[in-house]
Design a protein around this ligand. Structure first.
Ligand SMILES: [Zn+2]
Length: 380
């Protein structure tokens, strides 16, 4: 199969696909008008639920799994990490057993798991929507249990190392040997302890700027300390609610100016994402109210509990809020998270043919999504 399209930097190319891979990508001459954009499929490292389906509750049916993953394809996402928030050990056991079996049977676009919790800072300013009573100190025992249930699908863990620094270092060292990626998040770690966990193998910060108390010291705060670590990547949620546009722009610029860029984008989507329906939702055992403004909050409090952003909306909003090229925002939401997860992604010969065709407009929309060389969504 051959497709003529233009890259996000408006280079015309002819893409030849052979089975699941890109066989050849060559420059092509012709009229750029009417050609769609071609871009690598979006890779979202934090999806709590989507299309009305909550991954933090046992799924009702195979249909629910197919529906949620299809909605992600529709929004340009060819790879994501199902994200499990703080839970009881028994809850993790059930969810990991059920989802691992589904992914092994019918992986769709799911690449594995992001465990956000239960090793987080239980201070109300840091914990966000996570339940304090289920939080724990890091333990290799629990890591081994997850690993036995999910095997190589256990991809990313977010933790707050300050809750027990020696135990955190042990968990990180042991997890890194299993090729698990470690991020800090919902954490107050700064200075020396931050340096120590990075030396042990932690490489990023989850949704930087969120899960931070509303008032923090002007210099001694986790945002400045994370930014000051040149080797630390950070994910940002570009919905305009988790970070107001000026804060998003400032953080995105700082992270993206580094060489190599440290900017990652994620939606942190919860079940209401991709539904366009306000109302009552769940995030595991947590009740969440989605307003007409699209904000997902704990009822009766201002606390955000995930977002209702879709991956494609996210990349477009990031471009607008940060005034960066769409191509730059796209990398932070595709090739960079893929390389973090250790796989080659992007428009290059030999790579898996995972891509989207987009209408080249100010707010682009998905014309078609291809995964492993097959069309998995075509706009009506
Ligand atoms: Zn979080």
């Amino acid at each position: 199969m051959k497709i003529t399209a233009r890259t996000l930097s408006d280079q015309i190319c002819e893409v030849e696909i052979d089975g699941p891979i890109f066989k050849k990508i060559a420059p092509h001459k012709g009229d750029i008008l009417d050609l769609p954009w071609i871009a690598p499929g979006l890779i979202d490292i934090q999806i709590n639920g989507f299309g009305g389906v909550d991954f933090n509750r046992p799924l009702e049916s195979d249909e629910a799994w197919r529906h949620a993953t299809q909605q992600l394809y529709i929004h340009g996402c060819t790879g994501f990490l199902a994200t499990l928030i703080t839970n009881r050990e028994e809850g993790y056991r059930k969810l990991l057993t059920d989802l691992t079996a589904r992914i092994r049977r019918d992986p769709r676009n799911c690449l594995g798991f992001h465990m956000e919790g239960p090793w987080l800072n239980l201070d109300p300013g840091y914990r966000g929507a996570h339940r304090a009573e289920w939080m724990q100190k890091p333990s290799v025992r629990l890591l081994e249990e997850w690993s036995a249930l999910a095997g190589d699908l256990l991809k990313l863990i977010t933790l707050a190392p300050e809750v027990d620094l020696p135990a955190s270092l042990e968990v990180i060292r042991s997890g890194v040997k299993k090729k698990i990626v470690f991020f800090l998040g919902h954490s107050a770690a700064m200075g020396e302890s931050l340096g120590q966990v990075m030396a042990a193998g932690a490489v990023g910060w989850t949704h930087l700027g969120n899960a931070v108390p509303a008032t923090v010291p002007k210099f001694e705060n986790v945002i400045f300390h994370a930014l000051a670590q040149s080797g630390l990547m950070a994910s940002l949620i570009p919905d305009g609610l988790h970070l107001p546009p000026h804060a998003f722009r400032a953080l995105a610029w700082m992270l993206n100016q580094a060489n190599p860029s440290r900017l990652l984008l994620t939606t942190d989507a919860m079940a209401a994402a991709g539904t366009d329906k306000p109302g009552a939702y769940t995030l595991g055992d947590v009740q969440v109210e989605v307003g007409t403004d699209g904000a997902a909050r704990l009822p009766g409090s201002g606390r955000l509990a995930g977002s209702t952003l879709t991956p494609l909306q996210g990349v477009a909003r990031a471009e607008q809020m940060a005034s960066i090229y769409l191509e730059e925002a796209w990398k932070a939401f595709s090739i960079r998270p893929a390389s973090l997860l250790n796989f080659k992604h992007g428009l290059a010969e030999g790579n898996s043919a995972d891509f989207v065709l987009l209408a080249p407009e100010k707010t682009p929309y998905v014309l078609a999504t291809y995964h492993r060389g097959k069309c998995v969504y075509e706009a009506p």
